[in-house]
Design a protein around this ligand. Structure first.
Ligand code: TGC
Ligand code: FAD
Length: 398
């Protein structure tokens, strides 16, 4: 007998083996449930089609804004949610349960575009950009990576020169999420002294273009592109005044990596739930495959890793909300989450046999998406070296 697909009608049931719900407030649960309902209704039934066509579902930008998924920790005065980090984490978990690309859109907008404008910007910049970004009227992107500088962004070549009331920006960025549809880009570039600064570049500025990256096998429902700057005149008022040096962009990454740590557990939960349901419905050798020990081993290990990662994220969320989390702790959670989620997608895919490779189920899409997530925002090995540096005090990068 063939097992029933859970994609068009999303019947996801969240695993909560250690009663983690008891650690959440009523507000946390309300936020989590509202994003979960949104994903069930507006994402799951359609996302596979967008992914197959390699098309970004542009309409979700407004929807995510209305739902409060853009800048949930930014104060309400600027259109943000004024929420704590557990709320933010739960939102990312639920969005990525639907698709990593959807979570990516929200991560970039909230942590990599709104956060630097809020944290490093002046009042004028905050008032001009944050409400439009929070509502989804505008989409933003974050330009750090360059063709020859990925893990080592400090070597970036993009630079600008002083030209009176404006600066002239030259260079290019690669692998930029949201780029092709963005109205605004937070770009990291070096000044004449070689110091990294943040600039807000707007679509329409002469010499600025955002060519789309084609041919991805991963994050197909997310738009990726380049940022090309050919003598772009950027008004000086668009420079973020309150940060200089690499700690500017790396500080944003800490926020976004935190969201990813939660997000990937959402993807893992989705794959586990699908595999569990399938294993109880799919009959071979006269009984459900879930009755075989080898299948139970996979399910038991999946749930163990999910539970450990859920606990890690919750504790990290508390530390983040209290302002006590370190970037190295965030690295550990991002790395661990990606690793266990990637392994769970692979095991879950095997449990569905041939059906596991089809778009009838979300597993193969999650599996391919996670190949990007394990790479961006710091690769698996980079995060390991960050942990190594933190515990030994010895820097393996330099
Ligand atoms: P290093 O000398 O160690 O540090 C330079 C300055 O930055 C500070 N710092 C941090 N600050 C805040 N948060 C962090 N996570 C920080 N890490 C370092 C550091 O204290 C120092 O400050 P100061 O005051 O002394 O100047 O820098 P390094 O050049 O040796 O590099 C270290 C390394 C390799 C860990 C770092 O460059 C790194 O993390 N590389 C990975 C690059 C990366 O993650 N790129 C991500 C691009 S954006 C992206 O992928 C978006 S995908 C989004 C989506 O679609 O969801
Ligand atoms: P490299 O840095 O060239 O790394 C290649 C390999 O070498 C990796 O395995 C790495 O771990 C390893 N390596 C590198 N240095 C060391 C070392 N010191 N020790 C041991 N091993 C090492 N960037 C943005 O700025 N904005 C975005 O919005 C954005 N979105 C992205 C979306 C997608 C779909 C993808 C795939 C990437 C995105 N990125 C973005 C870029 C992403 O952050 C980089 O791909 C990532 O940081 C790795 O850089 P790289 O691809 O140049 O790999």
């Amino acid at each position: 007998m063939a097992a029933t697909s859970n994609l068009k009608v999303d019947v996801f049931q969240s695993p909560d083996y250690f009663q983690l719900d008891e650690l959440l407030t009523e507000e946390h649960k309300l936020i989590r449930d509202s994003v979960r309902s949104y994903v069930k209704k507006e994402i799951s039934p359609f996302i596979e089609e967008y992914a197959q066509k390699a098309e970004f579902p542009q309409h979700i930008v407004r929807q995510l804004g209305e739902l409060g998924c853009f800048g949930p920790t930014v104060p309400e005065t600027y259109g943000g949610g004024g929420l704590d980090y557990i709320s933010y984490g739960l939102m990312m978990q639920e969005l990525e349960r639907g698709d990593s690309g959807v979570r990516s859109t929200a991560s970039v907008q909230g942590s990599l575009v709104m956060f630097p404008i809020y944290e490093y910007g002046n009042e004028e910049q905050r008032r001009k950009y944050l409400p439009k970004l929070a509502s989804g009227e505008w989409l933003g992107c974050f330009g750090l990576t360059e063709p020859n500088h990925g893990s080592d962004p400090g070597g970036m070549l993009t630079h600008f020169e002083d030209a009176g009331d404006h600066v002239v920006l030259n260079g290019s960025k690669m692998w930029i999420s949201n780029a092709p549809f963005s109205q605004v880009a937070v770009v990291w570039a070096k000044d004449e002294a070689g110091v990294v600064r943040g600039l807000i570049v707007e679509r329409g500025m002469e010499g600025f273009s955002t060519p789309t990256t084609h041919g991805k096998w991963s994050l197909r429902a997310s738009a990726t592109g380049e940022l090309v700057f050919d003598h772009v005149k950027v008004p000086k008022e668009n420079i973020l005044p309150n940060v200089s040096g690499l700690k500017g962009p790396l500080g944003c990454l800490t926020k976004a990596r935190y969201g990813i740590a939660w997000g990937v557990v959402g993807a893992a939960m989705d794959c586990y739930d699908t595999a569990l349901r399938y294993s109880k419905e799919r009959v071979q050798f006269g009984r459900p495959i879930g009755g075989f020990q080898l299948q139970q081993k996979k399910l038991a290990e999946m749930l163990t890793e999910i539970t450990k990662a859920q606990l890690l994220n919750w504790r990290l969320g508390v530390l983040m909300s209290e302002g006590r989390a370190t970037p190295a702790q965030v690295s550990m959670a991002k790395r661990n989450g990606c690793e266990i989620a990637a392994q769970i997608t692979r095991d879950a895919r095997q449990m569905l046999g041939g059906m596991g490779i089809t778009g009838e189920y979300s597993i193969m899409r999650h599996m391919m998406n996670l190949e990007s997530v394990i790479t961006y925002e710091g690769t698996h090995d980079v995060h390991l070296l960050i942990t190594g540096m933190d515990i030994t005090g010895l820097n393996a990068f330099k």
